[in-house]
Design a protein around this ligand. Structure first.
Ligand code: GLY
Length: 382
């Protein structure tokens, strides 16, 4: 199967499931020179400054579980592969890994024990996105999202339609629940009354009768334990072309059909080829309600460095979420984590989390590694 740039200037013809072979030999986008490298510094919160971009250099950033993803994305971009294909191939390593319980094969299932996946891809040079949500039995939802981007006039396909779309494009159906995640899900079922998503009267933030709910910090702490993760990966080429991808099994033991931020363009992923690319992991509901990834890119467009941009959006989330009492502790601080990642057009990168202690993965051409995220709030009691 050959890859080429079509008459609209976009990449076409990627094999359905064979990431490496399918992405080989595709040229990058057509943008010109990037701006000068700038160092960031001066981030708020935890005080981890932005890492300087190195103009003309490749950079890929990811969630902490994405060290292999950033390494692969950089390798493929260096080989001339389009950045959208490179990031999809990078996250595909984790989607196929049964030991990563946040994505693809071995991802944690929904309330009924069925693995339901969400993913999105955005291609900077064409400003085109593709996404799928609540898709079952397909190991590589990011590759399906790429097919939506490449081969449809749409952005988002969900549920059974997404599964059938994948099958039509040659993806094979398989059971994604591993024995280990099945056992964990069975364990959760036996105890779920305390940690599911069906709010009791006393946990509701808003009730038509105007009565005030109780705070339930303990419940949210347990929810954070089970919410696990996601993988996001954004990358920039030496020519300054950007792309991003986010893929997840979503909130563990979610209500079937619950869609998080990962497949929602602007929430779990946003890429603007003039500015940068950003993504989110963690509590998807807050990334949705803050238009998290889009907000990060807009903060960068307004002059903030990547770390400052992530912190500014987290601060807005923390300010707004105080109105939902079950989501804050007794001091009014969020009791969940949300992690934002950003890479700028010049290769500068940064990441920040709501609560201290998270890391991110990066390869800025000097090797794939983990670094500490900046943070808005210190971890309580540490
Ligand atoms: N951030 C992943 C999710 O909430 O589904």
């Amino acid at each position: 199967m050959s890859n080429h740039i079509d008459r609209r200037g976009f990449l076409v013809s990627v094999g359905a499931a064979a990431g490496a072979a399918a992405t080989a030999g595709l040229a990058g986008g057509a943008l010109g020179a990037v701006g000068q490298s700038q160092s960031g510094g001066g981030a708020g919160g935890g005080g981890v400054g932005a890492r300087a971009g190195r103009a003309g250099r490749v950079c890929a950033i990811s969630s902490a579980n994405g060290v292999p993803a950033v390494a692969r994305a950089v390798e493929r971009i260096r080989a001339g592969v389009d950045p959208a294909l490179a990031v999809v191939e990078g996250v595909g390593i984790l989607e196929a890994d049964p030991n990563d319980k946040t994505v693809g094969l071995g991802g944690r299932p929904n309330e009924f024990g069925i693995v339901e996946l969400d993913a999105s891809v955005m291609h900077g040079p064409t400003h085109k996105a593709g996404s799928v949500a609540s898709v079952q039995n397909i190991m590589h939802p990011a590759q399906v999202a790429l097919k939506v981007l490449q081969y449809t006039d749409h952005v988002m396909i969900v549920g059974d339609g997404a599964r059938k779309f994948a099958i039509a494009h040659g993806f094979k159906e398989e059971n994604l629940l591993t024995e280990e995640t099945r056992q964990e899900w069975m364990q959760w079922r036996r105890h779920r009354s305390e940690i599911d998503d069906w709010l009791t009267d006393s946990q509701m933030d808003w009730k038509p009768d105007g009565t005030r709910p109780l705070t339930n910090t303990e419940k949210r702490a347990e929810l954070e334990e089970r919410s696990a993760g996601t993988i996001h990966c954004s990358a920039v080429t030496p020519a300054g072309d950007l792309a991003g991808c986010t893929t997840t099994s979503g909130l563990a033991y979610k209500i079937p059909g619950r869609v998080g931020d990962s497949p929602i363009i602007g929430a779990g992923l946003f890429t603007d080829n003039e500015v940068g690319s950003a993504g989110a992991t963690g509590r998807g509901e807050e990334a949705i309600q803050s238009c998290g990834a889009h907000s990060v890119v807009m903060e960068m467009a307004n002059g903030k460095d990547p770390t400052e941009a992530c912190l500014a959006v987290l601060k807005k989330v923390a300010d707004r979420v105080r109105r939902q009492r079950r989501l804050v502790d007794e001091r009014g601080r969020p009791n969940f984590n949300l992690v934002l990642y950003a890479v700028r057009k010049d290769g500068a990168y940064g990441s920040a989390c709501m609560i201290e202690g998270r890391e991110f993965a990066v390869d800025d051409g000097t090797g794939a590694r983990r670094e500490k995220c900046a943070f808005l709030f210190e971890r309580r009691g540490d």
